[in-house]
Ligand binder design. Structure first.
Ligand code: FAD
Length: 518
């Protein structure tokens, strides 16, 4: 690192807001990407360390930092809360981590205009609580709401759990200010035609820090609903469940939530509270294998439970067996849905939804599964999976497609990954045209040195299948390093258009090198 560069940075923010300590460089070497977790397991956590971490507090400081980086050709990686799961903040060539968490002010809440103006480093939950004080909601509730920022959401095109009702972040953001690779400050709301004219907002949204750094954003708000109601339905099979997802996703009263779990994911959630396995994939496998064995009279369920972690490790190491068992059982599936609004509207929509479920010969399980979902919705996400303790890995892939293609895409991915990983999925984020499929893969290799290869193979098979079968590479986690090399398959010459835009905004290629586009 050039001493002149270090001096410039210290001059801009002062020494208290710069760190080159090994522990900090280590901590900022990755986000929540599973591959980085595998590196850690293998005792090589420092594969991609940044050179320094800086905590700016103002747009002016950010501009000055960018100009210094431009002058000395130092990469800059914008960093929100590091909750990304695709390696988006992992440095590929060292450089400077620009941690935005000190830009943490909610600048204005316009109750009459239903907008909120917040700095990029505001944590989601803080934003929501702030607007709740004036009786409003942003309606954006990712599972990571306690550990993700406004800037991170916009940069990754994030989706909250209630996106069927309130939209994804690209439907919520009205404008941003950002600093480009030359230190220039842009405001997408500045054009005379305001937010109606052609502007850069849709291109900055989802740009994952490769075009510049978002400093603050204007977001849409809604009045807080009077009430919300949730319900659980037992559906006989996935296809019937998908028909119900489509009906709910196309209602004029937008559902708050629609989630259909496949049989293994249903075993993980439990059809009712008493069966729940705390969101644990390995216990889910064990529970399914146990149920099959006792059904076939091989072994009593309690005995299976006693086998504990050896059964779980077996299930993960031999996914073909586990996946075949899951298919054999063909248990019914759980669908959870909900509505918000006024009492009468929620009751009316509930009645309609239950009538439709009844026509499809589904069973109403009452409120309990919905309430359980609401109360435990952050549990699985925030606990490290026991798969790691067994020497394996777990990861998730969220794609989207139209209703007519949903089952085919689901089935093809399940078959393609079956030899390598235990796979389960749920269908969620239902819109008028289609919805998302959220796959969870768990796998383990007998030889730990082969684990990273296995990880790559699972993802290669899964992404090939998604691309060949008309799915999107991502619904809400973004691209990062993980899916970057497949962007040409998805966008074609669109990749060159993004390159040209990057050339215009960041001619020295300092912003987040190696991410989003190959
Ligand atoms: C437990 C858990 C649950 C999750 N649940 C969800 C979910 O329900 N929905 C969902 O959408 N995602 C979810 N995620 C993924 C993650 O939370 C989102 O991708 C989130 O939007 C990332 O926000 P962040 O502030 O942590 O960004 P980071 O991880 O810090 O950064 C993500 C990317 O955005 C860039 N970036 C960050 N801030 C800026 C900025 N101000 N300007 C320019 N670029 C920037 C970074 O360079 C990087 O490329 C989950 C993750 C975890 C760990």
């Amino acid at each position: 690192m050039h001493p002149g560069f270090e001096r410039s940075i210290h001059r801009i923010v002062g020494s208290n807001r710069v760190s080159q300590r090994t522990t900090d460089r280590q901590t900022y070497s990755s986000d929540m990407w599973t591959k980085a977790q595998i590196w850690r397991l293998q005792g090589n956590p420092s594969k991609h360390r940044p050179d320094l971490i800086v905590w700016p507090e103002t747009v002016e400081e950010i501009s000055a930092i960018v100009r210094a980086c431009q002058k000395f050709s130092v990469p800059i990686i914008p960093y929100g809360a590091g909750s990304g799961v695709c390696g988006g903040t992992t440095p590929t060539r060292g450089g400077l981590i620009l941690d935005l968490k000190r830009l943490n002010r909610v600048l204005a809440v316009d109750h009459d205009g239903y907008t909120v103006h917040a700095e990029a480093g505001v944590i989601g939950e803080v934003l929501e609580r702030t607007v709740n004080r004036v009786g409003c909601t942003v309606g954006h509730f990712p599972s990571s709401i306690y550990c993700s920022t406004v800037g991170g959401w916009i940069s990754t095109r994030s989706a909250g759990q209630y996106s069927s009702r309130y939209g994804k972040i690209e439907d919520i953001v009205l404008g941003v200010r950002f600093v480009d690779g030359m230190g220039r400050v842009w405001d997408t709301r500045n054009s005379p035609e305001g937010i109606r004219s052609l502007n850069l907002l849709p291109l900055i949204t989802g740009s994952e820090g490769i075009l510049g750094v978002i400093t603050d954003a204007h977001l849409r708000m809604h009045p807080q609903p009077q009430t919300a109601g949730f319900r659980g339905i037992e559906v006989p099979d996935i296809q019937t469940g998908l028909e119900l997802v489509r009906i709910l996703g196309q209602m004029n009263h937008r559902p708050l939530l629609v989630r259909l779990y496949d049989p293994l994911d249903t075993a993980v959630c439990g059809l009712d509270k008493s069966e729940a396995t705390d969101g644990n994939l390995v216990q889910g496998i064990q529970s399914l294998i146990g149920r099959l064995s006792s059904k076939l009279g091989f072994m009593a369920q309690e005995k299976m439970d006693d086998l504990g972690s050896s059964m779980q490790a077996f299930g993960l190491t031999y996914p073909s067996v586990s996946n075949r068992v899951t298919r054999l059982i063909r248990e019914s599936c759980l669908l959870v849905f909900g509505f918000d609004g006024d009492e009468e509207g929620v009751a009316r929509s509930m009645r309609y939804a239950l009538q439709q479920a009844d026509k499809l010969e589904c069973i109403d399980l009452g409120e309990a599964p919905g309430i359980t979902w609401l109360q435990t919705r952050h549990d699985a996400s925030f606990r490290q999976s026991s798969v790691y303790a067994l020497g394996g890995f777990i990861d998730t892939m969220e794609v989207a497609t139209t209703y007519d293609n949903l089952y085919r895409l689901y089935d093809r991915v399940m078959r393609a990954t079956a030899p390598y990983a235990v796979t389960m999925a749920h269908f969620s984020h239902a819109y008028r045209e289609g919805c998302s499929i959220y796959f969870t893969f768990g796998a383990r290799h007998r030889n730990p040195t082969q684990l990273e290869d296995l990880y790559r193979r699972v993802w290669r098979m899964a992404m090939n299948t998604v691309i060949e079968n008309g799915g999107t590479l991502s619904h809400h986690h973004g691209i990062g390093l993980l899916k970057r090399d497949r962007m040409r398959d998805e966008l074609g010459a669109g990749v060159d258009a993004i390159r040209a835009l990057k050339e215009a905004l960041d001619p020295n290629q300092i912003f987040n090198p190696g991410k989003l586009i190959p």
